[in-house]
Design a protein around this ligand. Sequence first.
Ligand code: GLU
Length: 499
Amino acid sequence: MTVQEVRTRLAPSPTGDPHVGTAYQALFGYVWARKNNGSFILRIEDTDRERSKPEYEKSIIDSLRWLGLEWDEGPETGGQFGPYRQSERLDIYQEHINRLVAEGYAYPCFCTKERLAELRKECQKSGAGSGYDRKCRNISPEEATGRIEAGENFVVRMKVPLEGKCVFEDLLRGKIEKDWESIDDQVIMKADGYPTYHLAVVVDDHLMKISHIIRGEEWINSVPKHVLLYQYFGWEPPVYCHLPLLRNKDKSKLSKRKNPVSIEWYRKNGILPEALLNFIGMLGWHLSDDKEKFSVEEMIENFRLEDISLGGPVFDPDKLLWLNGKYIRENFKTEQLLDRLVEWGLNRDHFKKILEISKGRMNALSDWGEMTSHFFCGKVPLTAEGLLMKDMSHTQTCEILQIVLWELEGIQSFCKERIYESFKKVADKLDIKMKHLTQPFYVAMSGKKVSTPLFDTMEILGSDMSRMRIRYAMNELGGLSKKAMKKLEKRYQEEFSNN
Ligand code: GLU
């Protein structure tokens, strides 16, 4: 018997700033591949045409490189199973979709968006079913071809069994069963001709000869659909290993509302890649009871997939900071640490961006240090008095900070133009002068009432750092009670929704 090569993959969608969850999946996939002298593959899943952006792909690649998790095959690297960007594989998906339709495992569906929305509403009301009533499943192939040729819009859905159970294995959880009844006839090709995630992921994992799928627990519910596609194609599914969900300290699912979650934020905050990897490695796995500090090499040497524990791993930034401190103190000579500092922020590129927005107020070169210190720290010194808005109470100021925070959370590409638009929207809706609205934000970002231009400053600090500083400012002002927060959220949804 030939032993199958271990091939793992990371399959991020370039739809946002790279998340620590991406680093978590990447590390475990990377370590497992290296442990077995196998291959680690990077595949960019950019089939969501609206949300996928080349700049996100770039930041994913930069973050992975910064972490040192090099891949053997990938978009620019190439490899024998490419291309590794899904938008460049459309012919391959089309061929596979056609095959499923021809063999009776999938069918075109002509239902309109309005009809589907109506069905969804009914289901929500009655609490029964999950959405689609399979109306088009019984249309004859001849009728379907006729309608397609006549130019009608359609998607393609896979046929999901009407009864029985799907049974599959997860390496960490054993047998998992799910009733087919609870699963809709999934869309596998969208109206724009692009495949959906479910189809593309199965076709690619098979054609790229992936042996182990190591990814987050949130994908477990998708496995039945995938297993069914493997069956329809007559392929053997890979080994599934779903990593336990990362959690906030209060055990809720890790979210950017409670913790910074972008890799970039930790990098900007001065966390070292080796400390971040060590910390992520400890989430769900440990080297030994008394050794918390370990390198990726040590992890590779000792790692076994079955040793991953399912107890909800807590992503605790304080612990990460503690570990990072140990690395700084124990792993570097002064010269080496200096190199890291230069790489981090004491370099020409970063200085230039900052100088561009600060030189207008400089009288002597020595002004620069004090004037720009907020670009080189995590927290800035704050006082509640400094943050208070004109004629407003602590709570009212907090509410306004929170509203802006929600607006900023919705920004996809965190540039000064978009940041300005968010502030402008809040100023208009709340009927506050921009000058007054921005005042506490100057303080939140820099600790000073007069500082570098706000929107440029926020762009340079980045989304997570800016949002974190707003949160620190809210804390300083006393924060909002749970009840007040709920009430405000309701008001925000009513008054600020774009509809
Ligand atoms: N593209 C999916 C994501 O964004 C990949 C899920 C998977 O690993 O199968 O995470």
